[in-house]
Design a protein around this ligand. Structure first.
Ligand SMILES: [Zn+2]
Length: 372
């Protein structure tokens, strides 16, 4: 590896103990944080997106080129680590997408976000709650899971807990270190509680996939998977905060219930960053207009969100910037068990987003290298 000259950035630095006005010095890792006079710009930890399908025309399902394109596009919006996310498709297509992610992860993306591994979203989901996923769901057999796990690239999997065989599948995934996230589900409260217990018996971690979307609502006598995720203090939960998928009041309710375990994701598709018009997700035609991506029947089909916009949206509805930043960096790092990133602290990776007073991205650094 080429050694980097030490770089020094001045501004309002968001450290684990709150904002420090001064300078941060770094090579590949953070070397020093010193207090002093500094201009008003913000220096936040780089964003970590655990659920992102595509951007700027590229999609995880396209293979290596698609993953590189999305890593560069989202990198320019402040995402410094990502899990390219697959969609429900014939199994051989899912496997080749996973191989593409593994390939890009091993060589890295010049000028883009760090690819950590993959989020396997589907095909182990409910055919009754597809959202914009294609109707090619299958049950989580041991042989399919072994085939995917052999690549050692899947870090997070979205599953419907009510599916037959899910207890055993959740154990297998958890033993391999894969996070188990409930989503695209019509499961009962008890299904989620039972599978979460199986996950934890194996030392695993539970999360929820795009909370409120593609799952039943919380009713007093039918709390469903949503109720289980909100009630479970140790469970994490993702949320798409583009102001189209989730109403701001529901976001604030989830924030209050999850207390530090809510993370913001994009769920962005290849249309993110492109002009309004026709696009594609998982082989289905998508129409993008005014920031909304939908199938022909009006079903929301992923988003065109970037995480800098999610940050501004959270702040706009009253979340302090320190807390909003945690939803984009510290919390996803915790979900994935990453201790080398997600915070600004001496010794951690030099992954930063520099923003102006209006929280617009000015500069982005991945492992100390400026990418935007
Ligand atoms: Zn998705």
């Amino acid at each position: 590896m080429m050694s980097l000259m030490s770089t020094r950035l001045q501004g309002r630095i968001l450290t684990s103990r709150g904002f420090v006005t001064g300078a941060v010095s770094f090579g590949r890792t953070i070397e020093d944080i010193e207090a002093g006079d500094a201009p008003g710009r913000y220096i936040l930890p780089g964003f970590i997106d655990v659920h992102v399908h595509g951007g700027n025309g590229g999609d995880t399902m396209d293979g290596e080129r698609g993953v590189e394109t999305m890593a560069r596009f989202h990198g320019s919006h402040g995402t410094t680590s990502m899990l390219p996310t697959t969609v429900t498709a014939p199994w051989s297509n899912v496997m080749s997408a996973l191989r593409g992610v593994a390939e890009v992860r091993s060589r890295g993306v010049e000028g883009g976000a760090d690819v950590l591994g993959a989020h396997l979203e589907g095909p182990f989901i409910s055919p009754k709650r597809l959202g914009a996923q294609a109707p090619q769901t299958i049950l989580p057999s041991a042989s399919l899971l072994e085939e995917a796990l052999a690549l050692n690239v899947v870090r997070l999997t979205t599953v419907a807990p009510e599916l037959e065989g899910m207890d055993a599948a959740a154990r297998k995934l958890s033993r391999a270190g894969v996070r188990v996230s409930f989503g695209h589900t019509v499961g009962a409260y008890e299904d989620a509680v039972r599978v979460a217990a199986a996950v934890r018996e194996e030392g695993g971690t539970v999360s929820g996939t795009h909370l409120f979307n593609a799952m039943s609502g919380l009713m007093g006598r039918a709390p469903g998977v949503l109720g289980a995720l909100l009630a479970d203090e140790a469970a994490f939960a993702e949320l798409i905060f583009d102001l189209h998928h989730v109403y701001s009041g529901a976001f604030l309710a989830a924030r209050a219930a999850k207390r530090g375990r809510l993370l913001l994701i994009t769920d962005a598709i290849r249309a993110a960053g492109l002009p309004d018009g026709e696009s594609e997700l998982g082989g289905q035609k998508v129409f993008v207009k005014n920031g909304r991506a939908t199938l022909v029947d009006g079903t929301l089909a992923g988003s065109v969100l970037t995480l800098d916009v999610a940050l501004r949206n959270a702040v706009k509805v009253g979340v302090p910037i320190e807390e909003a930043s945690r939803m984009l960096s510290g919390t996803p790092a915790e979900l994935l068990g990453l201790s080398d990133r997600g915070r600004i602290e001496v010794g951690l990776r030099a992954d930063f987003v520099v923003l102006d007073e209006a929280l617009r991205v000015l500069e982005v650094y991945v492992g100390g290298e400026r990418i935007a």
